[in-house]
Write a protein that binds this ligand. Structure first.
Ligand SMILES: [Zn+2]
Length: 103
């Protein structure tokens, strides 16, 4: 299973946290969530128990919401899915996080 994970990313001059979270951290019907970009410390949450391609799709989806909050849900949905499929076909995959002290 994909471990819980947290990274920071600068989006539109703000530092966002992107968190890969347990399934119980989000409602059952929700795969990901994106804070309103107006928040002082905005966060993106993505549920970890998804198929790898779906996880990639959800990360791209939520980041798109953060970068371009004016886009419609439909635009974000379609765009994220196409980008995820393209990256997938080019063999981009999530690597396991480097565990400390094991280099
Ligand atoms: Zn959305």
């Amino acid at each position: 299973m994909v471990p819980e994970e947290e990274v920071k990313l600068k989006i539109n001059k703000k530092t966002w946290k992107i968190k890969i979270v347990k399934s119980t951290d989000l409602p059952p019907s929700t795969l990901g969530e994106c804070d309103h970009p107006g928040y002082a410390k905005p966060e993106i949450w993505v549920k970890r128990n998804q198929k790898p391609l779906d996880l990639m799709d959800t990360v791209i989806h939520e980041v798109l919401h953060a970068v371009r909050p004016e886009l419609s849900e439909e635009a974000v949905l379609d765009t994220a899915t196409v980008i995820a499929k393209a990256l997938w076909k080019l063999n981009y995959r999530k690597m396991p996080r480097n565990s400390k002290g094991k280099h």
